[in-house]
Ligand binder design. Sequence first.
Ligand code: ADP
Length: 431
Amino acid sequence: MSRAPLKLGCIADDFTGATDLANNLVRAGMRVVQTIGVPGEPLAADVDAVVVALKSRTIAPADAIAQSLAALAWLQAQGVRQFYFKYCSTFDSTAEGNIGPVAEALMDALGTDFTIATPAFPDNKRTVFKGYLFAGDGLLNESGMQNHPLTPMTDPNLVRVLQAQTKRRVGLIDYNVVAQGADAVRARIAALRAEGVGLAVVDAISNADLLRMGPALADLPLLTAGSGVAIALPANFGLAPSPQAAALPGAQGLQAVVSGSCSVATNQQVAHFIASGCPARAIDPLQLAGGPEASARVVADALAWAQPLLASGPVLVYSTAEPAAVKAIQDQLGVAEAGALVEHTVAAIARGLVALGVRQLVVAGGETSGACVQALEISQMQIGPQIDPGVPWCHAASPVAPEAGLHLTLKSGNFGSVDFFSKAFGQLSPA
Ligand code: ADP
């Protein structure tokens, strides 16, 4: 089968950020596949854009560069025309990087002397003015991000932050230029290039700013940005928002929810699902402490409970608990041990549910999602319609769901409305 060339190839520095970008591209009119890591096989679907999800935000710069270059090579082999390095809209980076080092390595590999850098994502209240990043109504370094455990952001001036991470000169395309439109941005890019500037932070305080600058970005081989800039790119390829961009195969099979998230929103969603009369089963993490056999028993018991119920509608299996209960478990088992034990058990249950015929699966929890995707041996997901902001349905092939694959949605922590679990199933079109 010959397919149209891929338009956009994206490399994201973490998993949920990749989904966020993919979701924005779909809403702006592109058909998108998100991959988990660099796939060992070619692209499985005919789409406009691919987002390769790495976990490279806080690893050593040399590792982040190596992973990003491997992703670039895979995207080039798929015939991509323009590349997009996606980082967090709060510009999360350590003192060494990895935004600067990865951007520079990608520029070298692509043989380009210029790219932009803007984390602006006005829909999420991230705006850039005079090179200063605002999160909500305040500067980045007053937003709480100055206390982030892994990537404390103490300087809101992105020109300074990025300059400390790269050998190339960093410049600014400020609001006065962006407000004048794409021709002015093009002229400013040419002037910066002539001055020897390699990376330019770009101001944007609204979606209109991003859309206005969009045409000026069409000829750059590489863009580096948060997920906001994505809204302006499909138009450069002649694409407009359309329901077809989010079309997935028709849904079939049984329905289930697994939840390993203990966030406030997830606790409310679990309580709501139970209160509405749907079958739900809690996992007790203490029962997992007895080694692999104990955990296998918990999985088998949960599946035996679910099997006769599945034909009547969605079931929920959850380890979700209130903070005091989570703390008690962590005190007994250790924080990391409790997390890993519960994740693996929830993921094994997800796999077992799919083996029982579940083909519509809701997963709650960011780390839990990573474990479930791994247990289901999923490497590529097509992104479908958004259920709630930032949370789309996806469709993926899995050896556990042979032939037609399965629909899944991966909801991290505090996302989704209180009725998310039941609402999600109503938004899939039947086969
Ligand atoms: P979120 O997206 O809400 O942060 P995650 O899945 O990323 O959710 O993280 C939740 C973590 O808490 C996981 O490591 C999970 O295994 C762990 N966990 C889940 N339930 C419990 C529990 N009852 N006690 C202790 N840890 C738990």
